[in-house]
Design a protein around this ligand. Structure first.
Ligand code: ZN
Ligand code: ZN
Length: 389
């Protein structure tokens, strides 16, 4: 493996940062201590930065000394944690009740800090690097907020890159694909209105529970009968709220779920069908159904040229055999998509799976694998050296 020597030497130090960050997990837009830790490190290394972008976000900038090119690229790390109670009992366990780093953003922050330290000590590149420490990936859309607060006007960049640890991929490998790598997510809410009554006299009522059950079953035909079998879609109804007791038919039912798709056409067909199925089934029972679709994160779309660059750089570190260039997209979502919608770039997955780190992200027993710190930071540094020659 072609890890840069001075980065390999930083592994112990980086592991300490990562473990410290793991002890102080904070939710989106409340990453105060995390932000302070990042700023302290940047101060220590004499790197200039702007803080309080999207409340707790930071952009640090390092200018190379190998020329006076204005070309700039962006490297992004997410810094927030999840509302999950830590189940691990190791020394660096979360000290924040009910909150923990179960997506490895403590590791992502550390990977970018490692690259920052290296690049500030070795600025032998031509151009500028914007190091984006982004809050609130887990639901708050921090990337979108940073953009709305002027990230791309204040720090113009020709390309932007993101990275996520991947427990499913073995350590020492990277995986990536061109095109959509993660899904667009929409929340689906359906309110079914019937007519309440005595449970012993159902003929005098319009039972919204029966209607809703039929709607839920029929919605599954969108993937199995409406769409092309090769289209990718997830439609899961995950909430069903109705009723108060055993002998009353309720007036209404509230359903909620998630719709995930990898392209606009599939999404449009699915939303149209959700509306048609819900209202027509309800109508056939003299009930009504109103559908509300709430827009979530868009598709995470890796542009072709930047994906090739990212994969080539990864191959330089771990070897061509260890780069999966055509990984299957996943139906999860990612707010880095907002940045990729504005600037060409690519999002890469860094393998972290070994015997102790196979647990999936968002599981209460998950932990970031510190063995990948030198690999990930080397990737960032090599990307800068490759693009800002
Ligand atoms: Zn996550
Ligand atoms: Zn994550």
């Amino acid at each position: 493996m072609a890890i840069l020597n001075s980065i390999a030497k930083m592994k112990t130090e980086m592991t300490q940062w990562r473990k410290y960050l793991h002890t102080i997990p904070e939710l989106g837009f409340k990453e105060f201590k995390t932000s302070e830790f990042i700023c302290n490190k940047l101060d220590e290394w004499g790197i200039s930065y702007e803080k309080n972008i999207a409340k707790t976000g930071i952009v640090a900038q390092i200018t190379g000394n190998k020329g006076n090119s204005d070309n700039a690229i962006g490297l992004r790390a997410d810094i927030d944690a999840l509302p999950i109670q830590e189940k691990n009992s190791f020394e660096h366990k979360s000290t924040n009740e009910g909150v923990s780093h179960k997506c490895g953003h403590d590791g992502h922050t550390t990977l970018l800090l490692g690259a920052a330290k290296y690049l500030s000590e070795n600025p032998d590149f031509n151009g500028k690097v914007n190091l984006i420490f982004q809050p609130a990936e887990e639901g708050g859309g921090g990337a979108d907020v940073m953009i709305k607060e002027g990230l791309l006007e204040k720090y113009p960049m020709s390309k932007v890159f993101g990275m996520h640890n991947w427990p499913e991929t073995p350590i020492g490998k990277f995986s990536i694909c061109s095109g959509p790598i993660m899904a667009a997510v929409n929340t689906v809410q359906i309110k079914v209105k019937g007519k309440g009554g005595h449970a012993a006299m159902p003929h005098q009522a319009i039972d919204p529970i029966i209607v809703s059950s039929q709607i839920i079953s029929a919605l599954q035909t969108i993937s199995s009968r409406t769409l092309d079998p090769l289209d990718n879609i997830v439609l899961s109804i995950t909430q069903f709220h109705a009723g108060t007791t055993h002998n009353v038919i309720p007036d209404e039912v509230f359903l909620e779920g998630t719709l995930r798709t990898l392209n606009e056409k599939t999404k449009k067909i699915a939303i149209d069908r959700i509306n048609e199925i819900s209202s027509n089934i309800a109508k056939s029972f003299s009930a009504t159904a109103s559908v509300y679709i709430e827009k979530g994160y868009p598709y995470t779309h890796n542009s072709e040229n930047e994906t090739k660059i990212a994969a080539d750089v990864a191959a330089k570190i771990v070897g061509e055999d260890n780069v999966i260039r055509n990984m299957k997209p996943v139906m999860g979502s990612e707010d880095f998509s907002f940045m990729l919608n504005k600037v060409p770039g690519s999002y890469i997955c860094i393998g972290q799976g070994d015997s102790k780190h196979k647990i999936a992200v968002h599981n209460a027993e998950y932990d970031f694998n510190d063995e990948i710190l030198p690999i990930g930071s080397s990737y960032w540094v090599e990307l800068v050296k490759h693009l800002l020659k």
